[in-house]
Design a binder for this molecule. Structure first.
Ligand code: BV8
Ligand code: ZN
Length: 298
């Protein structure tokens, strides 16, 4: 049976659901101005983002990979959470969630994104809750899992150091490299070799530092937690992802396999659609509030 696009049917499924998990990808942050991985924005400068997000790319050219992540840090710092981030963050408030899903017992957001926008949205939802509110009127602050790491974490290549660092640039050489490149699209050809000694270093042991993200071939974070969340989920919202990167791309199928409901919210058809019960095409910052039946100022 082809997936439904009936909001009423989806809202009925939502009303029956108890354990809700959202699997989010780069499309969730697109409206915040963060380029997606595989769309036109995926080509950073004249290079392919996915070929830079690997240990071998970093080993071969840490200067170029650091410039790539510096560029993404600058963009993410300048971005603000959009309506979709904010709505998903509000679902972390148990009593708000119950207005849409009265049987709900748990909500989790598993994001592939490293831009911290979902966490920022959750923090601002928490700040808006009046002091002294009941626990069920406050967001669950542990409901977000950033499975591909964090863009603003700086991690040592040698010791166990790993800490968030919002400063920009992280070191003078990355700021200077930025200044030299008027147009990002020529970086594939314009060599900007920053000596390793002038790249971000570990403050504890002095070794070369790297971005605290999970690269291809590296193990995503908190897989055991995600596996138990996915195992229990009876409703899975797949938001803004091409469903091409594993293991994230396989979670919806796992929910489906134990008779859960899967709803895809994507700008265009994606490989996750065939198994979905619902597919809502369009920008998620429009479709999510609309389909969930939540007005913008809710
Ligand atoms: C691992 C962090 C194993 C860095 C990223 C089978 C099984 C297991 C592994 C594999 C497998 N086959 C292949 C693999 C290896 C690989 C993989 O999946 N490769 C793919 C390319 C085939 N997987 C891995 O390497 C993973 N590691 O499996 O390790 C292991 C296990 C145990 C022990 C040791 C090892 C690690 C993958 C993590 C890679 N790191 N990010 C960084 O960000 O720089 S992945 C990167 O791609 C981003 O996180 C991004 O989020 C992610 C996925 O892309 P999407 O989010 O989907 O973004 P994309 O641009 O593709 O699509 C955007 C979508 O949004 C589009 O559909 C678009 O239409 C839509 N859209 C746009 N605007 C909107 C919108 N939708 C709604 N509204 C809008 N406004
Ligand atoms: Zn170190």
């Amino acid at each position: 049976m082809p997936p439904s696009d009936s909001e009423a049917e989806f809202q009925e499924a939502l009303r029956r659901s108890q354990h809700i998990v959202v699997i989010a990808g780069a499309g969730l942050s697109a409206a915040s101005g963060i380029p997606t991985f595989r769309g036109t924005g995926g080509m950073w400068r004249s290079l392919d983002a996915t070929s830079l997000a690997t240990p071998s790319a970093f080993a071969a050219n840490p200067s170029l990979v650091w410039q790539f992540y510096h560029h993404r840090r600058v963009k993410a710092l300048a971005a603000t959470p959009n309506i979709a981030h904010d709505l998903l963050a509000k679902l972390a408030i148990p009593n708000f969630l119950k207005t849409l899903a009265p049987m709900a017992k748990s909500f989790h957001l598993v994001t592939q994104n490293v831009d911290r926008l979902s966490v920022r949205a959750l923090n601002s939802v928490a700040e808006q809750v009046p002091a002294g509110s009941k626990r069920a009127d406050r967001p669950r602050m542990d409901c977000i899992i950033e499975m591909h790491g964090k863009l603003f974490d700086v991690k040592c290549t040698t010791c166990n150091y790993c800490e968030g660092n919002l400063s920009s640039p992280l070191c003078p050489s990355l700021g200077e490299a930025d200044a030299k490149l008027g147009d990002y699209h020529d970086a594939g050809s314009v060599a900007n070799d920053i000596p390793e000694s002038q790249l971000p270093r570990c403050p504890d042991c002095g070794a070369l530092a790297r971005p605290g993200v999970v690269w291809f071939e590296e193990k995503p974070l908190r897989l055991d937690d995600i596996n138990s969340i996915v195992y229990k989920a009876d409703l899975c919202l797949v938001v803004g992802t091409s469903s091409t990167v594993y293991p994230a791309a396989g979670y919806a199928y796992r929910v489906k396999r134990h008779n859960g409901v899967v709803a895809v919210f994507n700008l265009e058809a994606s490989s996750g659609d065939d198994l979905a019960d619902f597919v809502f095409l369009g920008p998620c910052e429009v479709t999510l509030p609309h389909v969930l039946g939540v007005s913008k100022d809710n």
